[in-house]
Write a protein that binds this ligand. Structure first.
Ligand code: ME8
Length: 521
């Protein structure tokens, strides 16, 4: 069976991760968890990008000194791994570009491009932006300024190896036009087609070793190391066992989703497909570029230092509220301006009031009216008003799986949450409109049974679809609902979307899920 292969970028280890990196991780983790629930054989790859000038400079700046790069990167990698553990990122493999296996794959891959006649020795005369690790031509870097980050670049004039990008320009333009889902969202595809309207220059893909030695030596010329972006992109092949060749690799490649942010779109949507094409490999199905978390008008970035540490936020608010906020607050694809006040407002409104309350109120009523045992829903509602309310919520709940699936296919992750919260909101209104306490006073037990059975069913469905985003919360809801098994093992293929909540279940009401907080902590 073909695996569902999903990747994140591999992050530079020049500094510790911030919420921008956490954002990509959480998004990919949610998609991976959803696909596991669909029954797919998921393979989720992440890792770190550890070579190149930027890391060499950071190593010196951190006081480790030249030649101590390995010690330096080791000291930072642990912090990435720790952050991903704290954030419940359930990746399958963590790749480091300093791994021996990866270096071997890089060399094998570069030899393959050279054998195919796509690499040649030439004279590089242009600009190089070390923070972006990107080469620019005179027209791209006006006055030597990096068009991506706006910083001053350095002039480089030296003999180097080049990759024949220009040869593939027409092929790539046609490929993108013929495969409209290849680059997502659509506006990013249009941006790439925009780059491709200008002539693609061949790409400088080496650095002389005597100037920059922290990299993988070129297999056909030991005096050079591979340009860090080539080294980095190849991780997606190493990660799924390109070195082993054969079955493992063919079960995995091509990737289903390669998720990145818009800063590295050109590398993933121009360099990468051309590298794959030259090597005779298939294209990933989707390259999805999300937007940036910003501080005010500026991108949050390690090198600018305007960062928010995800671990600080987790200490203050817990893991799931952070996961929820990051994926809910911004349309996946667009930029968002970070604000802790917005996080607190969303916590109180969506989590404490809407979802936490729904669970708490419902379970309180199960205890009060049915001694903690889930009632059996009567075949028909007690009156027309209740029949209409109950019918409407049933209809809403039943269309959740197909709506959620549609949104996940396009990575409209905020929409998944919005859709689930629409059901949560409807359930809260249902309680107010149906007023079960009135039916109870009248001794109309069938009516109360209908309402409570409906609410428990809604909560079961909410717990299932919240799992990819907030696994701990989902598991806690599951426990309080008294449901057995493990919510992560629910098979969405076999999901019974109405009346799947087993009557007779003893609920186990616990502490409120999200106690309200008054202001930013
Ligand atoms: O570019 N908002 O590494 P990197 C949203 N090593 N996402 C953000 C973000 C922000 N403010 N800041 C970072 C590299 N990210 C290369 C990648 S891949 C073969 C090599 C996330 O450490 C986002 O996913 O600069 C972005 O693409 C990535 O971190 C860049 O991380």
């Amino acid at each position: 069976m073909k695996k569902f292969y999903i990747t994140t970028p591999i992050y530079y280890v020049n500094a510790n991760p911030h919420i921008g990196h956490a954002y990509t991780q959480i998004a990919v983790d949610a998609v991976a968890r959803y696909h596991k629930m669909l029954g797919d054989d998921v393979f989720f790859l992440t890792g770190t990008d550890e070579h190149g000038e930027k890391i060499e400079e950071a190593c010196i700046a951190a006081g480790f000194g030249k030649g101590k790069e390995r010690e330096f990167v080791d000291s930072i990698v642990v912090n990435f791994k720790k952050a991903w553990d704290v954030l419940d990122i359930a990746y399958d493999r963590f790749i480091r570009t300093t791994d021996d296996e990866h270096k071997k794959v890089v060399q094998e891959f570069m030899a393959c491009l050279a054998d195919n006649g796509d690499i040649y020795l030439g004279q590089y005369d242009g600009w190089f932006c070390a923070p972006c690790e990107t080469f620019w031509t005179d027209t791209q870097a006006e006055n030597g300024v990096c068009p991506d980050c706006g910083r001053a670049t350095g002039r480089i004039k030296e003999e180097n190896y080049f990759f024949k990008m220009n040869k593939y320009q027409k092929w790539l333009t046609d490929y993108i036009n013929d495969n409209p889902g290849f680059i997502m969202p659509e506006y990013r595809k249009n941006e790439v087609l925009g780059f491709l309207r200008e002539d693609l220059t061949d790409l400088c893909i080496s650095r002389p070793r005597d100037r920059m030695s922290w990299g993988v030596p070129l297999p056909f010329d030991e005096d050079y190391v591979v340009y860090v972006w080539f080294d980095a992109l190849i991780n997606y092949l190493t990660g799924c066992n390109y070195a082993g060749g054969g079955k493992d690799f063919s079960e995995c490649w091509p990737a289903n989703f390669q998720v990145i942010a818009k800063d590295i779109l050109r590398h993933h949507a121009v360099y990468w497909p051309i590298m794959l094409k030259s090597a005779g490999l298939a294209m990933p199905q989707v390259v999805f570029a999300h937007g940036w978390w910003k501080m005010g008008d500026e991108k949050m970035s390690k090198s600018k230092g305007n960062i928010v540490d995800p671990l600080d936020l987790v200490n203050k608010y817990g893991v799931d509220p952070i996961r929820y906020f990051l994926l809910r607050a911004v349309k996946f694809g667009q930029d968002g301006v970070y604000s802790e006040d917005a996080l607190v407002t969303m916590y109180n409104n969506d989590l404490a009031n809407d979802m936490g309350n729904l669970l708490n109120r419902t379970l309180t009523m199960v205890d009060k009216y049915f001694d903690g045992i889930a009632p059996t829903a009567p075949a028909r509602a007690a009156d027309n008003v209740l029949a209409a309310l109950s019918g409407a919520i049933e209809e809403n709940a039943k269309s959740i799986p197909s709506d959620v699936d549609m949104y996940f296919k396009d990575l409209r992750l905020n929409m998944v949450l919005e859709r689930v919260w629409q059901l949560v909101g409807m359930a809260n209104k249902y309680i107010e409109k149906s007023a079960p306490w009135k039916y109870s006073k009248e001794g109309n037990s069938p009516a109360v049974k209908t309402i409570i059975a409906d609410l428990l069913e809604v909560l079961r469905i909410v717990a299932i679809f919240v799992f990819p985003f907030m696994p701990r919360t989902s598991m806690e809801m599951w426990k309080q609902l008294g449901l057995s098994d493990d919510v992560s093992r629910v098979s969405l293929k076999k999901l019974n979307t109405w009346r799947g909540f087993p009557a007779g279940t003893r609920i186990a009401k616990g502490e409120p899920l999200f106690p309200r907080i008054s202001s930013a902590l």
